[in-house]
Structure formats: structure tokens, C-alpha cells
Design a binder for this molecule. Structure first.
Ligand SMILES: NC(=O)c1ccc[n+]([C@@H]2O[C@H](COP(=O)([O-])OP(=O)(O)OC[C@H]3O[C@@H](n4cnc5c(N)ncnc54)[C@H](OP(=O)(O)O)[C@@H]3O)[C@@H](O)[C@H]2O)c1
Length: 340
């Protein structure tokens, strides 16, 4: 089969290329999937760079953390999923390939009415938005939400998921003014350019502090987070896009004195420890798409060969919204001869 391989850590896509490799077969508790579409994520870039916490155990590797397609074969002990089912799956890697293997606990059915290209953006990106807002922040009706760096994929669905939970005002920041229009179109009530005046601008937009702050910037924005946190706020650290070493966390007294909670979130870790919670969020996200509560425009890349260029786009901060790659059409039919 064809797969995208990263040969060694690199700052750009020079070590990423398409190879022919052996088609994987599912082990106990796993299924293999004929991949129709695979979601492209900033986390692929962090893996390629070898960032601390994202570096793989070994090279070369086939990246790809989320896919949609049809089940090709089921390993021993899998009872709830049938060959030919349309599914979406959160993977620990291997998604940029014609056939991927998934833990059956991290696979959800895709309703017939939903396009597989949109479903491919649900297992990591949309599920992350659901988990951040619904489960970790436990966002309540009327609460004020702030998120940093909303020009990317996660930033494009968070405001819509927040809407389903009855959020009050939604304020996002971007580092380039050119991203403001796209982020506003994604549903943010106010999109602010991240400059020296951001603290005042954010407070003005919210009419005070924020109840939930989503921060994918490592620890670089923690001072701002604390400055704009309302009493009782939940600040959730969920990424480190710059890849820099994290600084010390704020002293105890700053959290205690204002009842502010500082939380961490990783869907990768949750998929390892509580896969059912990830799949529950994935099912909820797919249902939001079917009910049209969430609109997920994706840019479809037509070939695995072009994924490296999209990774470069994301690394150079010139991407917009969500990208998925069209891997193959085999997933649209169920061929029983493939179920071996
Ligand atoms: N914890 C989790 O479970 C989880 C799950 C999914 C995603 N994430 C994190 O969420 C963030 C967004 O993910 P995504 O897939 O939506 O990515 P994306 O579409 O590529 O967006 C990434 C964002 O990171 C910023 N960025 C890129 N390179 C950067 C750099 N060198 N330094 C600082 N900022 C940089 C860009 O914002 P600007 O251009 O505005 O700076 C861009 O908006 C990433 O940090 C990712 O690791 C975490």
C-alpha cells in the first residue's frame, strides 16, 4: 500500500515522502480501515520536529492521527464493528496510508448522511473541542470564553461547540491581522490581534474577565491568562505550538486567592487512559455535524504527496482552517475479499 513516511526529525518536509509499504493487519481488539480521508494536524508537525512530548519512539514513522473510511478487517475480540462499516477513528499514528489500524475502542460509526471528508476532522480536532469545553472546562450557559490562536483547525470549531453549550461571549486572538476575517467567519464574536494592547481589548470585549480560557501556547501567555481570568475561571493549557521549554507555573497564592483553576489537557494521553471518553466526545461531535449544529468546512488535499507541503504551511503559520487529505476511494465499497 501507499503511505506517507517521515524518515527523521526535520524542521520542514524534506524528510517526508510517499513510500510503498506492507499493508497492516489488525491484532486483537483492533480493526483495519480503508482510509478515505485523513485529517492533517499541527501535532503532525510537532512530531516531525521531534518536540518534547510529541517525539515518536523511533524513526521512520507513518504519521496521521485521525481518519474516516470503511472497516476492512476486524481482529480477534472485536464484536461491535463490522467489515464495511463507515467509521471515524482516533489513531496514535499511521493515518496517512491507504490502510490504517485502530484500537476498536477509539472507533465510532459515521452516519450515512455525513461526508467522510468532514468526518475525518472529527476524531482529533472536533473531539478535542468537545472535550475541552464540555468535559474539562465544563462550560456553563452564559460564561465568557477566550482562546488564543484561533486561526487554525481547533480554533475553527471551538466557537460552534461553545454555542451548543450556551456560551456567552466568545473572544479569540490571532497573531496575524490577515487571519481576523476567517476567524470571525468561524463564529468568534470578537477576534483580536495579539499585540501589547490585548489585555485591555479582551476585557473590553468581554465586559470584564473570562470564565474559560483555552491556551495552546505552552506557558508563554500565562501572565495574560491570569490577568484576564474572572474569579472561578478555568485556564486550560492544551498545546505548545512554539515547541519551547515550558516555564514554571504561577505561585499557589495567585490561584488560591482568586479560585482560578489551572488545568492541562491532552487527547493523546486521554486516548491511552480513558479511550471511552474520547470516543464519547467523537460520537457527540459527529452528531453535532449531522444535526448541523457545527459546520466544518475542510480544505481537501487530493494526494498524500501534498501532505508535506501542508505541514510546511502549518509550521510557517500561513494555514487557515482545517485540511484533510483524500487517500483513496476504495472505502466507498465493501469487498469481502479484503476482510482478511
Ligand atoms: N491537547 C490536545 O489534546 C490537543 C489536540 C489538538 C490540538 N492541540 C493543539 O492545539 C493547537 C492548534 O492545533 P490545530 O491542529 O488547530 O493546528 P493549526 O490548524 O495548525 O493551528 C496551529 C496554530 O498554532 C500557531 N502556531 C503555528 N506555529 C507556531 C509557532 N512556531 N509558534 C507559535 N504559534 C504557532 C498558529 O497560530 P498563529 O499563526 O496565529 O500564531 C496556528 O493558529 C496546536 O498547538 C496543537 O498542538 C492540542
Amino acid at each position: 500500500m501507499r503511505a506517507l513516511q517521515m524518515d527523521s526529525p526535520a524542521p520542514d518536509s524534506s524528510t517526508t515522502h510517499v513510500v510503498r509499504t506492507q499493508t497492516p493487519t489488525p491484532g486483537p481488539g483492533q480493526v483495519s480501515i480503508n482510509v478515505a480521508y485523513a485529517g492533517i494536524n499541527f501535532m503532525d508537525v510537532m512530531t516531525r520536529r521531534g518536540d518534547p512530548g510529541y517525539a515518536p519512539l523511533g524513526w521512520p514513522l507513518v504519521p496521521g492521527l485521525e481518519v474516516a473510511g470503511t472497516v476492512r478487517a476486524a481482529g480477534p475480540g472485536v464484536c461491535n464493528i463490522q467489515v464495511g462499516d463507515r467509521v471515524a477513528a482516533k489513531l496514535s499514528g499511521g493515518g496517512f496510508a491507504e490502510v490504517a489500524v485502530a484500537d476498536s475502542k477509539l472507533v465510532a460509526p459515521v452516519p450515512d448522511s455525513l461526508d467522510l471528508s468532514a468526518a475525518a476532522a472529527a476524531p482529533l480536532m472536533l473531539a478535542t473541542a468537545v472535550l475541552l469545553l464540555r468535559d474539562v472546562a465544563q462550560l456553563r450557559a452564559g460564561e465568557r470564553l477566550f482562546m488564543h490562536k484561533v486561526s487554525g483547525g481547533v480554533g475553527s470549531v471551538v466557537p460552534q461547540v461553545a454555542q451548543t453549550l450556551g456560551v456567552g461571549v466568545r473572544v479569540g486572538s490571532v497573531s496575524r491581522s490577515s487571519s481576523i476575517d476567517a476567524a470571525t467567519a468561524a463564529g468568534w464574536d470578537h477576534v483580536l490581534h495579539h499585540d501589547d494592547a490585548i489585555e485591555d481589548a479582551a476585557r473590553r470585549a468581554a465586559g470584564g474577565g473570562f470564565d474559560v480560557i483555552l491556551d495552546p501556547t505552552g506557558t508563554t501567555s500565562l501572565e495574560l491568562d491570569l490577568a484576564i481570568a474572572a474569579p472561578g475561571a478555568r485556564i486550560i493549557l492544551f498545546g505548545n505550538a512554539g515547541g519551547t521549554a515550558p516555564a514554571a507555573l504561577p505561585p499557589f497564592s495567585r490561584l488560591l486567592g482568586s479560585n482560578v483553576g489551572l488545568l492541562g489537557f491532552s487527547i493523546t494521553a486521554l486516548a491511552r487512559t480513558n479511550p471511552d471518553r474520547v470516543t464519547d466526545a467523537l460520537v457527540a461531535g459527529l452528531d453535532m455535524l449531522v444535526q448541523r449544529q457545527v459546520h466544518l468546512p475542510v480544505t481537501v488535499i487530493e494526494s498524500l504527496t501534498d501532505v508535506g507541503a501542508i505541514h510546511d504551511l502549518l509550521a510557517n503559520r500561513v494555514g487557515t482552517g482545517k485540511y484533510v487529505v483524500h487517500v483513496n476511494d476504495r472505502s466507498s465499497t465493501c469487498d469481502p475479499r479484503l476482510a482478511l
